[in-house]
Every structure is written in structure tokens, then in C-alpha cells.
Design a protein around this ligand. Sequence first.
Ligand SMILES: Cc1cc2nc3c(=O)[nH]c(=O)nc-3n(C[C@H](O)[C@H](O)[C@H](O)COP(=O)(O)OP(=O)(O)OC[C@H]3O[C@@H](n4cnc5c(N)ncnc54)[C@H](O)[C@@H]3O)c2cc1C
Length: 308
Amino acid sequence: MHISRLHQVVAPFDFITLNVPLKRYISLRVGGNADALALIKTVPDLQRLLQVARQYDLPLYFLGKGTNVIFTDAGFRGIVVKLGGEFHQFERLESSLVDGSIEIRAGAALSLQKLVNYCVRHHFTGMEEGAGIPASIGGAVAMNAGVPGWEFGDYVTRIEGLTADNQRHALMPSDFQFEYRRGNLPPGFVVTHVTIRVKKGDPETIKARVGRIMQIRKSRQPLQYPNCGSVFKNPPGDYAGRLIETCGLKGYRIGGALISEKHANFIINPSGEAPAADVLHLIDLAQETVWSHHHVQLETEVQIIPPQ
Ligand SMILES: Cc1cc2nc3c(=O)[nH]c(=O)nc-3n(C[C@H](O)[C@H](O)[C@H](O)COP(=O)(O)OP(=O)(O)OC[C@H]3O[C@@H](n4cnc5c(N)ncnc54)[C@H](O)[C@@H]3O)c2cc1C
């Protein structure tokens, strides 16, 4: 759709801004502009947006906290949708207590860290390994965020959202298809709320575990620079970071982006000014080099939009 037509179509919606730099919304700080950005605070507003998008065939992209996404320098032709407002809320479902376990229903925009903190404060165990993953709950379920031995999806009991044809729908455990770093949500499904189950645990053990995990993250990850977490999935039985490191690529730079000296599966953008193209070249280079040294095809974990 031509931009002037898009302007007319979205004019009635005060939650939509035109021509927005996407690098402000993603942790690696790269990428061009979106035709439009919708900051949605309520389910009815989300429904209005989906309706107009269907009517005019406007592409939508649902963005969480942008910690596992790279937009190319061309940006996004369509509307990037970010949930806020009521989607930051969460509640403990009192009726759900079974054998010392409880359910928490969280809005998709809530940060996973807030959920972890709540669990620590109220002595619930299950979420400790999620400490320090800078996800929104929507992003955590869409990506099945995790660390070796722990996946967010294992704690999810219900996923509520809107289908591509704008119907409210709840996915139940028999519908879930969680895989390693893939939530496998139905195409076009936007997550609005997620219910998880955690159980009572020992307060000191929970607190100590979270403290230890945060310490390990600080010591191993280049958190002081813009990054997008692990760029590649770990291949079966190995670590992408180890493979890249043994190819001698730690510290390798293309333009403004480089493979972190601290963790070879992280690409950093220290100045915050690198074009996405530098990052994409580094990704290609790492894949080609690892293939030629180890005959392992690294698959990206980070979502590249539009897919290359
Ligand atoms: C420093 C750092 C450390 C990290 N460590 C880890 C780690 O240990 N383990 C791990 O798994 N990941 C890690 N990540 C990556 C990232 O935090 C996770 O993948 C996270 O789940 C992404 O959440 P997000 O809200 O940022 O989603 P985004 O990056 O915004 O989006 C990721 C995907 O989720 C989809 N999505 C987001 N919200 C919704 C929604 N409401 N409805 C439908 N789809 C949606 C997007 O369309 C996109 O496909 C790390 C990232 C950083 C920067």
C-alpha cells in the first residue's frame, strides 16, 4: 500500500505512528523504519487494528521487547505492533491451587524478569532459570525461551490470543507444539495472555539459584553493548559459541558490528550505529566458516525480518 493511502487508513487510530525507526525498539539497535508502529494498550484496540489490517491487507509484525529480532536496513513494509498498557499486568489465579502449585496469568507485554521476581518474592519455584532472559511473556512463549535443561514452554498451561481472522482463542496444552526455541504458534496468532504453573519451593534455594544465574550471565555475556542474545541455535550435542570460537572468529569485525570477545555466539553493536547489513554479513561469515571448519550448518535463533 502506498504510504499516503496508509496514512488515510490509519488516521482514525491515535495509537498508530507513521514512519518509525525500528532500531529504537530492538536490543541490537539496527534496522530501518517501519511504515507504521501501533502501540496497543487494550484487547479492543488490538481487535480494531486486526480488523483494519484484514480489510486493507496490511502486513502486521508482532514485536515483544525486540531482544531476538533483527530488522533489515529496509525496515518493515506494514505495521509493527507492540503491546503495552493492560498487557503488562499479571494476576495469581487463587482458584488454581493444587498440591502446592499455583497458576499465574500474565499479559504478553509483562517482562519475564518481573515474573521471576514475583516468584522469588512469593517463594514459587520453576521460573528461576528464566532470570536475566530479557523477554516479554509473549516473546518467551513465541520463542520457547530457555537455557539448557529448562524451557519456558514446560510451565505454560494456557495461551490466549487473537487468531489471524481476529477471533479470541485459547490454546490448551493439547494444542501446544513447543520445540527448541520455537513456540510454533498458529500463523498470524498474537499472544495476549499466558498462564503458567509454578509450585511452592524453599525461599533460600530459589533466591540463591536466581542470584547465581544472574552472576553467570553477567560474567559470560557482553551485556554492556547492544546485542540480541544468542544469534545461532546450538546444534545437537554442541554449542554454537564453541564452534565459532574455534574458527578464530571472536572479535571479528565487519563495519560497526563484531563477534563478541566475551561470547562468540553474541554479535554486538558497540556504537549503536552499525547498519543491519554489517550484522547480516557477520552471520553469513560465521555460518560459512563454521561449515568449512566443522561441517556443521548453524541455524539462526534470532528472527531476521524480512527473512533472508
Ligand atoms: C542479553 C540477552 C540474553 C538472552 N538470553 C536468552 C536465553 O538465555 N535464552 C533464550 O531463549 N533467549 C535469550 N535471549 C533472546 C530473547 O530474550 C528471547 O528469545 C525472548 O524470548 C524474546 O522475547 P521478546 O519479547 O524480546 O520477543 P521479540 O524479540 O520481540 O520477538 C521474538 C519473536 O516472538 C514473536 N512475538 C513476540 N511477542 C509476541 C506476541 N505477543 N504474540 C505473538 N508473537 C510474538 C515475534 O514476532 C518474534 O517472532 C537473550 C537476549 C538477550 C538480548
